[in-house]
Design a protein around this ligand. Structure first.
Ligand code: HEC
Length: 231
């Protein structure tokens, strides 16, 4: 913490008309914060992206308090899968230390810092990484009315919800022949911007005779599962 006595005095005098927040943090946009934003947010929050730009300090600063609120509520980055069910390689969520960093920066007055530390601007021309070993994979369509019973062992690579309406919920499960239940994906309060395939961190091995099922209150919802024969 470094609060200059002068600045603290000024803040006391000016609480009513807080024209500028006192700086009470060593975290800066140019050193720590831009790197988190470039990695987790700028894919959508940029010129030509899906939402307003957060790439420069001048663009991000007016949003500081909203950024804090969105990341604390885990609404940003949008992802949807309920934590603790399934582990996904393409999960863009912030780690707890990253959330703490953003929050501390905002509450410390969101300072810019020295521009010499600024990382190069992010680039978005590379294709997103796909499942690593998808050769021989095929699609299985899962409907809520009809569980699929596997006639041979499969490695499940990803699941993609489809035709789920705004606000809907959905759960994908696998029941092994011995009765063991494995919860694979849980979405609550669905939002359209979550639309994507959820790629498992490691392929999920399902034995022959396992039942793959989809639960959803939305009868039209389907899930496209990508799987390949287990070897
Ligand atoms: C997949 C795209 C995507 C990513 C990644 C993303 N956002 Fe967003 N964000 C959006 C969209 C779309 C909106 C506007 C619609 C909405 O409110 O959901 C939005 C809205 C916001 C808002 C405004 C909320 C309000 O007050 O209405 C803030 C602040 C925000 N995002 C911060 C972030 C931060 C911080 C990150 C990274 C940690 C992030 N976003 C990552 C798509 C994204």
């Amino acid at each position: 913490m470094r609060i200059s006595p002068l600045c603290a005095l000024a803040a006391l005098a000016a609480t009513a008309a807080s024209a500028h927040d006192p700086i009470t943090t060593n975290l800066t946009w140019t050193q720590e914060i831009s790197r988190v934003i470039y990695k987790h947010c700028a894919g959508c929050h940029r010129e030509g992206g899906r939402s307003f730009s957060l790439v420069t300090y001048d663009e991000a600063r007016p949003w500081a308090k909203a950024i804090r609120d969105e990341v604390l509520a885990r609404r940003m980055p949008p992802w949807g899968a309920v934590e603790g069910v399934g582990e996904f390689r393409n999960d863009p969520s912030l780690s707890q230390p990253e959330i703490d960093l953003l929050v501390a920066w905002v509450e410390g007055g969101a300072p810019e810092g020295d521009p010499i530390y600024l990382p190069p601007p992010p680039r978005f021309d590379e294709p997103p990484p796909g499942p690593s070993s998808s050769a021989g994979a095929r699609n299985l369509t899962l409907e809520s009315t009809a569980p699929l019973t596997l006639d041979r062992p499969l490695d499940l690579l990803s699941v993609r919800p489809n035709r789920l309406s705004e606000g809907g919920s959905l759960e994908v499960m696998a029941v092994s022949p011995d009765g063991a239940v494995q919860r694979l994906l849980w979405l609550r309060n669905y939002r359209r911007e979550w639309q994507r395939a959820y790629e498992f961190r490691d392929p999920v091995r399902l034995p022959r005779g396992a039942r793959l099922s989809l639960w959803s209150a939305a009868p039209a919802a389907v899930v496209i599962a990508v799987a390949k024969p287990a070897r």
